[in-house]
Design a protein around this ligand. Structure first.
Ligand SMILES: [Zn+2]
Length: 252
């Protein structure tokens, strides 16, 4: 009897371990949910700030287009462009599909292929950073663990909890420290996602339109500065640029 008690006492840690495993199992779904739903910004904030420069929610202006990007991480190992999706249920899709499918409560919904969406973001970034022509861009699509990913892709499509792990897998140095800093600062300066800048931005667009109309009113081509002349076309008279065919501006 005494030896049995002794065995029990000396092996107390085994019991503690069993209880801990039991508690862990019991709360696993909750623990998973807790971390799975943490925002991407939270996981990115835990990356080494000396190595990884994070920009959350940036709006870029390239030409006449505005592009909103969820997260950009500028590092020595490339620029990570992250698109986050908050979908529940099964997510099915392939690299080149136009649409992916969400299956939830036996219902099917369509969603635009986020890989294609993010491809557009990367194109905008390339345009904004066109002086750096040898940058490698890494597209990453993230879903919370609320989604059950059943996708077949070359592009990284990962759960938010695995985001930093995925980023850390890229370890080939392609961007110098000074370029990394320059790119980071440039992107911050290009971000029009604050009220003042956005207001100014809208104002410039308005000014541009006003300017254009003023020129047209005085028969000046807004595209090349030539003269606007009346011409006879197949469908009647129209006003076009005197520098045709070099300039194809036509008043509509
Ligand atoms: Zn013209």
């Amino acid at each position: 009897m005494e030896s049995l008690i002794n065995t029990f006492i000396t092996s107390w840690y085994i019991w503690v371990l069993i209880i801990l495993v039991f508690i862990y199992r019991l709360f696993l779904p909750k623990i998973k949910g807790l971390f799975g739903e943490k925002s991407v910004a939270f996981f990115l904030s835990r990356l080494d700030p000396d190595k990884y420069k994070v920009i959350n929610n940036i709006m870029l202006q390239t030409g006449s287009k505005t592009t909103q990007i969820d997260h950009i991480v500028v590092s020595n190992y490339g620029i990570f462009v992250i698109e986050t999706k908050n979908y529940k249920g099964w997510i099915l899709g392939n690299e080149y599909d136009d649409y992916w499918t969400q299956v939830i409560y036996k219902r099917k919904e369509k969603l635009r292929n986020p890989i294609k969406q993010n491809y557009g973001h990367i194109q905008a970034l390339k345009q904004a950073l066109d002086e750096y022509d040898s940058i490698n861009y890494v597209s990453i699509i993230t879903f919370t663990t609320q989604a059950d990913l059943k996708v077949k892709t070359k592009t990284e499509v990962v759960y938010t909890i695995n985001l930093s792990k995925t980023i850390n897998e890229y370890n080939k140095k392609t961007i110098s420290n000074s370029d990394k800093e320059k790119i980071y600062k440039k992107l911050l300066s290009l971000n029009i996602d604050n009220k003042e800048k956005r207001k100014a931005h809208v104002k410039t667009i308005h000014n541009d339109i006003a300017e254009k109309n003023k020129k047209i009113d005085s028969d000046i081509c807004p595209r090349c500065g030539g003269t606007l002349v009346t011409r006879n076309g197949k469908y009647g008279q129209f006003k076009g640029c005197s520098n045709f065919p070099k300039c194809k501006f036509v008043l509509k």
